[in-house]
Ligand binder design. Sequence first.
Ligand code: GLU
Length: 509
Amino acid sequence: MSENKKVRVRFAPSPTGALHLGGVRTALFNYLFAKHNGGDFLLRIEDTDQTRYVEGAEEYIINSLKWCGLIVDEGVGAGGSFGPYRQSERKDIYRQYAIDLVASDNAYYAFDSAAELDVLRSKCESKGETFIYNASTRKNLNNSLTKSKEATQALIDEGVPYVIRFKMRDNEEVILNDIIRGEVHFNTSTLDDKVLFKSDGMPTYHLANVVDDHLMKISHVIRGEEWLPSLPLHYLLYRSFGWLDTMPQFAHLPLILKPVGNGKLSKRDGNKMGFPVFPLEFTDPATGETWHGYREDGYFPEAFINMLALLGWNAGDDKEIYSLDELCEAFTLERVTKSGSKFDPEKAKWFNHKYLVAKSDIELASLLKELLLKRDITFDNAKLEKICSLMKERANFIADILDNGLFFFQAPTKYEEKDVKKHWKDNSSAILTELYHILENITDFSATSTEQIVSEWINSKGLSFGKVMNPFRVAIVGAAKGPHLFDITEVIGKNETLSRLKRAIEVIK
Ligand code: GLU
């Protein structure tokens, strides 16, 4: 394996749909590793399987990385000197590599049709066995190993469709090193003769991936655990090409697991439990189905990234809040966990809350303003800042400030029944009518001034605070909730306070 070369990593998604949380985390860990080591972060689009291509998926991937703040140094959308970075545009490169492997006796042409292979599969199945194209079967099948050179060439010249298969060694023990998992052992007898080059003239993932990682001088391959079974094949490909001295180092990331139960987090889990599994909203062009996105659900990208980084990685201490720069500084692959991490949607909200309260009231106010504009509500900036400062402790999202604090923007249209029952006594209307006249005469309607005058009046009357303040709150807010009442009356102002009081006195019996 190569050491001491410039760190170059790639995120290599296939554009087969929206990028799942797990995919974003793979991109993030690649990015963090690159930045920690002063290296390059590449984006390569692996679109050789045309049957799985989804319109818009590539754009979605690019937009997602952008939203997350993961800047691509080189690759699709960024350019660079190792391009093109879209595998469909590198089509012509791969054939020669496949042919070279045939020449070195590491691969062979196979002419078996899909129908013929299906028959073999069913035959095996009926005997409770699994058909596998490997050393034990290839000698009886329709390929260049069982034909003369001339016969093979004749078939190719005739245009008979063929694939190129890797000639997997029989019973070789392969021991490899994974940065996260340590030594991993494989026996090649469990592996089949994978197709490297397809009859449609396209390489398969395995060939294109290895050739490109080599040509693009990738130093470390950091990818999901689902690719670990492909590692021995990839290693054998490097060996067959004679590239072992520059072979990248490998790190296979653990799975992100369902919040409850077992198994990998799926997009269905998100729908079932009401949390997004995609960074951005996505409408599947085939089904028309729309999936929630973290962005649209009101998450801050910094919070989303912070939450993702801690799914399967920690610095070995209790620190949980990291900016992207801090993550770049702290991240090492050695501290990525071997076992999967359960996804916790509540923790995701907690992260967002932490980022929300850390923002300045000015910034929160401008975000709140955007939301209000969507509902055709305009409001004074200074007041919005005040509202944010009063409401942020209880909010996970900007929308919570609006939803929990609707009373700042509009008079209650109804009064919470149980609160009325509890707090609106027989004498409440009379007390609030008196309060109305006290408030009417206040010129400085700031919270401190109003509170002082009202308190003095309550004391002078020998009333209990609850008798006044509880029905007063119901009149202003519509329910027994919300921040300090005089902060609310300061924001909504004298006229609005009086009009809400008047209406409550008239309406609540
Ligand atoms: N195209 C593969 C994927 O979508 C990339 C796997 C790899 O990084 O080697 O997961």
